[in-house]
Design a protein around this ligand. Structure first.
Ligand SMILES: *Cc1c(COP(=O)(O)O)cnc(C)c1O
Length: 463
């Protein structure tokens, strides 16, 4: 989004400082095939693909025709404009103070999860028992890791995302039947995406009970009948209702004699004292939920996926439903999920549990270093948030390097890009979601932004 805005802005700028080359000079512009024979570009084509390199070359030729690149330097500029990888996605340092930033892909994977992804990215035994040579349960080691982490669950299943987990549960357990849900939990997840619409799209009927602010066990009990597929308990993860409110607990609903599906949203497997209001899978299952659904890339800190944990027979019904194949996860996701669940603390957990005094020290050290380079910077206290539609109303004390607002745009154009927060005319680099080992890269990006009068040209596809 930010990059598109910037590209759009630069596209509208006239190349006033350049003079368009005359006819003779334009004749000297090397042909595309000649440029593509440059050894540096031949090597690049092997690494990145010929189509991508050709796009870069034709882009630089166009700039030469417009007088923006000297005709004799087209090959050099093309080499400089080559992207680092064949994918246009760029790494971004998250200095927003929003731990799970949806536009930045939510959770960052741990080093262990990244290694697991790389190891699984070739051919791998995702669905094969190497001891016998026979086919085996897909992703069994990831499922085993989940069950070890949540012993209260009899079985586990993994799908593409939290929404897919709910759709699969609604389709397999309530198609043509009713899902009982409180009016206080008919939520919109984000980006115009509404849970009731999602559930209704499966052919299940929503049976709304209670009111926006108050729903009791008796409201649910009065709605239970032969048509009931399950009772759905949704964690309203991105807002809070306060004041004259009441909700029925999972334990109360479990006594109604129909399955209770608890959508906890953020994927905490066990309680986290830092977020006392955030539901977790183990507690919900112990309270009597038949199934828990959650996202993998929120507080769990793993890859995008949807978790289904709980009653063995119900999980089996979901996993065997024909729709399960359409929302099946790939080997990379299973690898990252397993390493996330088994492995060391995730970047998300580290950021969530960071010591505020340490964050303050980091911000002060960075600000002092930058001031020594003549950059207007100071450390300030901030409030970070969980984000990603989680833990609404919870603020986490944090610290930031405060810079003039004009730094925000060149920082987005840096490599790695840095996304800051602009507040009250200042560009704030909140360090809570920045891994400590990225502080040096953050400082280097600020130094480069200080000398850039505008966002520098970023080598990219078709640049
Ligand atoms: C985030 C969330 C979802 C959607 O999960 P995705 O993984 O984004 O599909 C569903 N329900 C709740 C309560 C959530 O917080």
């Amino acid at each position: 989004m930010h990059e598109m805005d910037r590209d759009h802005a630069s596209a509208g700028r006239a190349p006033a400082a350049h003079t368009v080359p005359d006819v003779d000079e334009r004749r000297r512009l090397p042909r595309t095939d000649v440029l593509l024979a440059d050894p540096r570009l031949v090597a690049a084509a092997e690494r990145l693909g010929r189509g991508l390199v050709k796009d870069v070359v034709t882009g630089v030729q166009a700039r030469a025709r417009a007088g923006e690149v000297p005709v004799g330097e087209v090959a050099d500029h093309a080499v400089a404009a080559l992207p680092a990888t064949a994918c246009a996605l760029r790494p971004v340092i998250n200095a927003t103070g929003v731990l799970l930033h949806t536009n930045l892909g939510r959770a960052a994977l741990s080093a262990a999860a990244r290694e697991a992804v790389l190891a699984a990215s070739g051919t791998t035994d995702v669905e094969l028992d190497l001891a016998t040579g026979a086919r085996s349960r897909r992703g069994r080691s990831a499922l085993d890791a989940l069950l070890r982490a949540v012993p209260a669950a009899g079985a586990a299943h993994v799908v593409n995302n939290g929404a897919a987990a709910l759709v699969l549960a609604a389709t397999a357990l309530a198609q043509g039947r009713e899902i009982i849900v409180s009016r206080g939990e008919m939520v919109e997840i984000g980006d115009g995406f509404r849970l009731p619409d999602l559930l209704a799209s499966t052919g299940a009927r929503l049976r709304e009970v209670g009111t926006t602010n108050r729903t009791t066990r008796a409201d649910y009990a009065a709605a239970v009948g032969p048509d009931t597929g399950f009772v759905l308990k949704v964690h309203p993860s991105n807002f809070r209702v306060t004041g004259f409110t009441r909700e029925a607990s999972v334990a109360e609903l479990a006594a109604l004699g129909v399955p209770v599906v608890a959508d906890i949203g953020s994927g905490l497997l066990a309680p986290d004292p830092v977020l006392p209001g955030e539901p977790d899978a183990a507690s919900r299952l112990r309270a009597g939920a038949s199934l828990v659904t959650a996202s993998g890339d929120k507080l769990l800190g793993g890859p995008q996926c949807g978790l289904v944990l709980g009653d063995t027979e119900l999980v089996r019904r979901l996993a065997r439903h024909p729709l399960a194949r359409a929302v099946r996860v790939d080997k990379l996701t299973l690898a990252a999920l397993e390493a996330t669940v088994r492995g060391p603390d995730t970047p998300t957990r580290t950021a969530l549990h960071a010591d505020p005094a340490r964050l303050r020290q980091r911000a002060e050290r960075l600000a002092a270093e930058l001031r020594a380079d003549g950059i207007d910077s100071r450390a300030v206290g901030t409030d970070a948030v969980v984000g990603g539609g989680g833990a609404p109303g919870v603020t986490l004390p944090s610290a930031a390097v405060s810079l003039p607002a004009r730094y925000a745009a060149p920082l987005r154009g840096a490599d790695p890009a840095v996304l800051a927060r602009v507040e009250e005319g200042r560009c704030l680099l909140d360090v809570r979601a920045v891994p400590e080992d990225a502080d040096a890269a953050l400082a280097a990006a600020v130094r480069r932004a200080a000398v850039a009068r505008e966002a520098p040209d970023v080598p990219g596809r078709g640049a």
